[in-house]
Design a protein around this ligand. Structure first.
Ligand SMILES: *Cc1c(COP(=O)(O)O)cnc(C)c1O
Length: 359
């Protein structure tokens, strides 16, 4: 293939980090391999959800409903919010991209905490906008005072991820109220609640109520985590009507498949069954945190389906050694590891390994 002169790309492409998806590992010496690197639910889908998917499979010669009408209606009922305030997309990553493209263009600024969800910088850069990353506090929490200080006339959106990926901590209702009182009303504040179902802290933000009480607040939610539909790509935004309208316009047409739509609706119908699994995950999280604490690890309390272990310079070695026990975890070199609360056997192996990293 000739490569003497290649097509020109937008300058942003050179700056763009590639999204690092959680790795799979190979089985080692007969050990079953486990993936604890993408915050998925380890349970297989509910039979009722599989049945809905199978039912929809015979219609895939047709385009899906581009307005995801049935799903929007189910969400409207669940949250008592008019459908005009709801927009869906291909996973909440897709919705997040739609949001940023709707509000921020070349040179505009998007504020978010760092470290936080890895999709924010990528999506912001693709839109031609500028990331303003505000460091987390030393204990892994959002520094809302610093985020307020980062607001400029160019700020178009602020993301607040709670519980935060990858550190697991929450922002409280009182903190967000104080914050919102000072944010100019023409700036969109998005509360990313991808893990909200795993939260057990009473003080956490109630995203939907906060959205109802503020004209510039939206909530981002997903079916990928607690609802166990990561492979089907469906998420949603609930926010101001004008933003929801725009988010529908920036969507890839027909992005959310009919299979994803019916699976999402079926999952809402069987929420109680799914939330029992979420309770199990929360139980395992508490056990895992307690085991780590017994070993002397100081970890920020997590309200999500993962735990953050600040490993600093030992991060890469820990990740490498975890491959040796056939468990994939998510390393952030030089900072720490994020471990999804998956199969108990995998978590037990990780605890055994962690014993060798007590210094
Ligand atoms: C996993 C995750 C999402 C959701 O991703 P999907 O595209 O819906 O699978 C959104 N926000 C955060 C912070 C996440 O960790």
């Amino acid at each position: 293939m000739s490569e003497s002169v290649n097509p020109q790309l937008r300058p942003e492409m050179a700056k763009l980090p590639t999204y690092k998806a959680g790795k799979k590992v190979d089985p080692v010496n007969g050990l079953t391999a486990y993936k604890l690197s993408s915050n998925e639910i380890a349970h297989s889908p509910l039979p009722s959800v599989v049945a809905a998917i199978v039912g929809a499979a015979s219609e895939i010669n047709r385009y899906p409903d581009p307005f995801t009408t049935g799903l929007n209606q189910a969400l409207s009922t669940k949250f008592s919010i008019p459908v005009e305030h709801i927009a869906t997309g291909t996973g909440s990553v897709g919705v997040c991209q739609q949001i940023i493209q709707a509000v921020a263009g070349a040179g505009d600024e998007v504020i978010y905490a760092w470290r936080s969800f890895e999709a924010y910088p990528i999506i912001t850069t693709i839109a031609g906008a500028v990331s303003v990353q505000v460091p987390l506090t030393n204990d892994g929490q959002h520094d809302l005072a610093a985020m307020l200080n980062a607001i400029t006339p160019k700020t178009r959106a602020i993301f607040v991820c709670t519980p935060n990926n990858p550190t697991g901590g929450i922002v409280t209702q009182q903190q967000i109220n104080e914050f919102l009182a000072k944010v100019p009303k023409d700036i969109l504040v998005v509360i990313d609640e991808a893990y909200v179902e795993f939260n057990r802290d009473q003080d956490v933000i109630d995203g939907i109520a906060t959205m109802k009480a503020n004209s510039n607040v939206g909530v981002l939610r997903t079916f990928s985590k607690a609802y166990g539909l990561a492979g089907l790509r469906v998420g949603y935004f609930i926010g101001p009507k004008n933003v929801a309208d725009a988010v529908r316009k920036t969507a890839v047409p027909f992005g959310v498949s009919n299979i994803a739509q019916v699976a999402a609706v079926a999952s809402l119908e069987h929420e109680q069954e799914l939330f029992k699994r979420v309770d199990e995950v929360v139980g395992d999280r508490l056990w895992f945190e307690a085991e780590l604490a017994k070993l002397g690890f100081k970890i920020p309390p997590s309200q999500a389906n993962f735990v953050w272990i600040p490993m600093g310079e030992h991060t890469e070695e820990f990740a490498k050694r975890s491959e040796g026990i056939a468990v994939s975890i998510r390393p952030f070199p030089g900072e720490g590891v994020r471990i999804s609360i998956g199969e108990r056997q995998a978590l037990e192996r990780v605890i055994e390994l962690a014993k060798e990293f007590v210094f």
